[in-house]
Design a binder for this molecule. Structure first.
Ligand code: AMP
Length: 112
């Protein structure tokens, strides 16, 4: 069971800011921006690289949940970044797909 499955099951506390039938979103414990929320599908897909065609709708649900989070956090007007790290070299540390919603400050590009 991944850390994020335990958060979804309420076995580990988290600051949950949004949930629907498909996704749960909670604040990152080590925020990289004033708003830093993780949108996690209830289904424990490892990452985009491991997703299959049957996850097509789920992937869309994750993005729409991220949109809802950004609106609720009030960062949709200024702009925000969505990040899905895939694999160790990309910085993925929790192997349960999650979309970082980052905003509330100017974000440089390209990332380091
Ligand atoms: P990634 O490096 O893309 O796999 O992102 C994993 C994220 O999970 C990191 O930004 C961590 O700070 C965050 N994280 C780790 N443990 C927790 C936790 N217990 N609650 C909330 N966020 C966490």
């Amino acid at each position: 069971m991944t850390l994020f499955e335990k958060i979804i099951a309420r076995e580990i506390p988290a600051d949950i800011v949004y949930e629907d039938d498909h996704c749960v979103a909670f604040r990152d414990i080590n925020p990289a921006a004033p708003t830093h929320v993780l949108v996690v599908p209830r289904k424990p897909v490892v990452n985009v690289a491991e997703a299959s065609a049957e996850d097509c709708e789920l992937l869309g649900r994750v993005l729409l949940a991220a949109q809802a989070v950004a609106r609720a956090e009030g960062i949709d007007g200024s702009g925000y970044r969505l990040v899905l790290n895939n694999g160790v070299a990309a910085g993925q540390s929790v192997f349960h797909l999650h979309c970082h919603v980052l905003g509330g400050r100017a974000l440089s590009w390209p990332p380091g």
